[in-house]
Each structure stands twice: as C-alpha cells, then as structure tokens.
Write a protein that binds this ligand. Structure first.
Ligand code: GDP
Length: 453
C-alpha cells in the first residue's frame, strides 16, 4: 500500500557494540540484496520470513562491515511490510555510511514515526498501542514503564473495545426499538438501554479518574517545601533524596544555580522547584513576601509545610498556615525526637505527618500520604491508564455522548435522538483507537516520534 521503501537507523547514534538499520517496504529485500552479501551466497530474496544471514555489507568491492541481516516477510513484521534489519558494529560513522549506501540503492529516509505509522496503517497496531511505544522508549521511572507496558500489551485497547461493543449493542437495540416501537421484544425497553449506557458511563468515568494519577507517575509532581528557617527543610530534603537526588534543570535568564531538583519517594518523582531558598535557609514567608509565598504554594501540585515541634507555633507559622490549601498540603511536624510542644488544633483538616527528618523517621508515612494525595494509591495492577491528553480528550467526548444519551432517555426524547448521542460517543472511541481517524490526527501523532521509530 506504500510504494516508497523507507530506511533509518533504529538504534541511538553513539559508540555501541551493535547498531541496527531497518528497511521496510515492497523493495526492502531487493535493496538489502544490493548492499548485503551473505557468506552462504544465498540471496535474501530467497529467504523466508524470520530467517537471518551472516555476511558482509559491501559498496562495490569495498567491504564496509560484517553484519547480520534478518528478513521479515509481510505481513509478519512490525510495519506489516517486507522488512530487513541489518545489525552492524554500532559506531555512528559506520551506521551512517551504510545508511547512505542503502539510500543510494533506492530506499527513502523514513520520516519521524513512519515505521510505527505504517504499522498502524497496515492494521498491526491501534493508536493506543502505538502511543505506548513512545512511553516504553522514553520512560524515566519504573512506574511509567509499567504503565506503558500495560498499554502496549493492549490493555487500553481491550477496555475501549469492550465499551465500544457495549455501545454498539445499545445502539442496535435502540435502532430496533425505534423501528418497531409497538413490538414487545424482550430487552428492548428504555430501562434496559439506560442500564447499558450507565455501565459504559461508569467504565469511562473510571478510566478518566486514573488520568491524573497516571500523569503523576509519568511526569512527577511539582512540589514546594515551605517553612520558617531552621524547622528542618534541608534536612527533610536530604531524608527524601537518599541517593536519588539530582539537579535536573537550570532555567536560563535566572541567576540562581539550582532551580529544580528531583527526589523519588516510592514510585513518585517529586519535582522540587525553587529549592534555592531552602539551601539559603531564608525561605520564610516574611523574607520572600506573602504574595510570592502564596504564588509558590498555589502553583505547586503538592506542598510540604514543615513545622518545628519543639516550640509553639508563632506568628510566622500561623501566617504560613493561612496560605496553605488543605487539598494539596501535607503538614510535616518535624523534630519529634525532641519534646513535642505543638498545638495540633491549628492543623485541623490537614494531612499530618510526624517526622524526625534528622533520623529519617516519617518517610514511610510521608510516602503513604503522597500516594494518597496524588491519587496513585487508587491505581491497581489492573487499572487502565490513559497515556496522553489526546486519549483523555477522546474519553471525555465519549463520556459526554453517553451522558447526553442518558439524559435524552430520561427526559423522553425520541430514540433517534438517543441514538445520535450514542453515535457521537462511539466516534470519539473510534478516534481514540484509530478505527476512524483523520489523516491530520494520525500525522500529528506520529510526528512526535523520532526518526527510526
Ligand atoms: P531549614 O532552615 O528549614 O532548612 O532547617 P535545617 O534542615 O537546616 O535544620 C535546622 C537545624 O535543625 C539543623 O541543626 C538540623 O540538624 C536540625 N534538625 C532538622 N531536623 C531535625 C530533627 O528531626 N530532629 C532534630 N533534633 N533536629 C533536627
């Protein structure tokens, strides 16, 4: 279906033991035969799928490298097309020179994501699985890898397929009912339709409810640590960081040396913005100004507010407390290895963790509270987690359609009207998996991939 045969280096350019060049398309094997010569003298075009040959890559009579070529026959390959993968020694100069040779012999350089796009267009993968490949490749945490793996094995696709099939049955029943309203056919009644639609609504809601938690696992959570000087903020940072601490970004144009550090607690990465204040121990509400403190607290997804339990709360502690939101703050009562003089009534409605940062006490409880506040505690091994905003947007539109259909049923609109809403929901789901999707959407999705994927 694609007449251009494409090629690209599939492995990172660097000094690796091996590097792989992939060729895919109708002429993949023919082109490979022009550059790769098996020691067995048998040409690749005589190979069956999944067969490999050891031989030499040659340009005219010059041997560029010895290599292994692996032949895949359509449709049994990643792209669904004839494919050859040539494994060479992994230096980037070597790979580039062999790539040039393959291009000279009739292949075209693949565009970003073109291999995966072809896999999708040839029905080898749906969009949710294709998108999970990006997660598999770029995962920065075990949790992200696990989520991407689950999507890659088809968990999201299966869940969507189940909702789709429920909605298709509902749609068919609704159509039958509106065609033969006077027939008393079992199951064809508003009550039953409502039940079918409510199930779909519930499943879509569950799927959407894990989105934020999935995002936290993938991207981490913006966190701010606040508190007066000497309450133990730096010590808390040290407790959290263990060996995982890293300085990850510098924001151009600012004079501060440290803008964001990350620490990992359990499976969650905390992105600690603006830690310069902490290191200088001048991070007080008074010194940074109430407005700025408020801004920092409001823009963070998670706020760890540290208080020293060895003295009663003073005015500055109370001023800080006024700035905190109960929804995203964890109060850390620190130095509990010493006499605790703090009055807990000021913290009513807040999550509280008692800690002794100096002695690494309170870590487990803090991990538990962060897991709860971020919603990741609600994720189970079976959860279907949407991978990106596109999938979320499709799920929201599907849910809107189902809710409108239910509403139309409840207020007694015609069955045709109900059916139109169900169709809208189905269209959104078809778009999510790619069963019905515009070229513009597919182009946009695959453009985000790298060349060679
Ligand atoms: P910051 O100004 O808020 O960053 O506070 P620091 O982390 O620099 O700590 C101030 C002082 O409190 C240091 O002398 C720490 O050793 C001490 N400290 C911090 N956490 C604890 C704790 O849990 N117990 C005790 N006893 N001392 C602590």
């Amino acid at each position: 279906m694609n007449n251009r045969t494409i090629t690209a280096i599939a492995t990172p350019l660097g000094d690796g033991a091996l590097g792989v060049i992939r060729i895919s398309g109708d002429k993949a094997i023919e082109i490979a035969d022009k550059v790769f010569f098996p020691f067995s003298k048998k040409e690749l075009c005589d190979f069956e799928g999944y067969q490999a040959a050891y031989g030499e890559v040659k340009e005219n009579d010059t041997v560029l490298d010895d290599a292994v070529a692996l032949v895949f026959r359509a449709p049994h390959s990643f792209t669904g097309e004839d494919t050859v993968e040539i494994s060479l020694h992994g230096g980037s100069l070597m790979l580039k020179s062999v790539l040039r040779l393959i291009l000279k012999n009739g292949a075209f350089l693949a565009e970003a994501g073109e291999f995966t796009k072809r896999a999708f267009l040839n029905g080898k993968t749906d969009l949710t699985k294709a998108e999970s490949i990006m997660g598999l490749i770029s995962a920065k945490s075990n949790a992200e890898l696990k989520l991407s793996r689950a999507a890659h094995t088809g968990r999201t696709f299966k869940k969507i397929a189940k909702i789709e099939s429920d909605l298709i049955s509902a749609d068919a029943s609704i159509a039958a009912f509106s065609d033969y309203p006077d027939e008393d056919i079992e199951g064809l009644n508003a009550e039953n339709f409502s039940k079918m639609l409510s199930n779909a609504k519930q499943e879509l809601r569950e799927m959407l409810s894990t989105f934020d938690a999935g995002k936290v696992l993938r991207e981490g959570i913006d966190t701010v640590i606040v508190g007066k000087p000497n309450v133990g903020k730096s010590t808390l940072m040290n407790m959290l960081s263990g060996t995982e601490r890293s300085i990850v970004t510098e924001i151009a144009g600012t004079t501060r040396d440290v803008i964001e550090e990350t620490v990992t607690i359990g499976e969650i990465t905390l992105r600690l913005a603006d830690t310069a204040g902490i290191h200088k121990t001048d991070d007080t509400v008074e010194s940074i100004g109430v407005e700025r403190a408020k801004q920092r607290i409001d823009t963070a997804q998670l706020c760890l507010a540290v208080f020293d339990c060895t003295s009663q709360l003073d005015e500055e502690d109370l001023n800080l407390l006024k700035l905190l939101n109960r929804e995203n703050t964890i109060i850390i009562i620190n130095k509990t290895d010493l006499e605790n003089k703090i009055d807990y009534s000021a913290f009513e409605g807040f999550r509280i963790v008692e800690a002794s940062a100096k002695n690494s006490v309170g870590y487990k409880e803090l991990e538990k509270q962060i897991t709860e506040i971020s919603g990741t505690a609600n994720l189970s091994a079976e959860s279907v987690v949407l991978m990106n905003e596109r999938q979320r947007d499709c799920a929201i539109r599907a849910l809107d359609g189902v809710e409108e259909a239910l509403n139309a049923l409840n207020i007694g609109l015609t069955m045709d009207a109900v059916g139109v809403c169900v169709d809208d929901a189905l269209s959104a789901l078809f778009e999510m998996t790619g069963k019905r999707v515009t070229n513009a959407v597919t182009d946009e999705i695959f453009r985000k991939f790298c060349v060679g994927k």
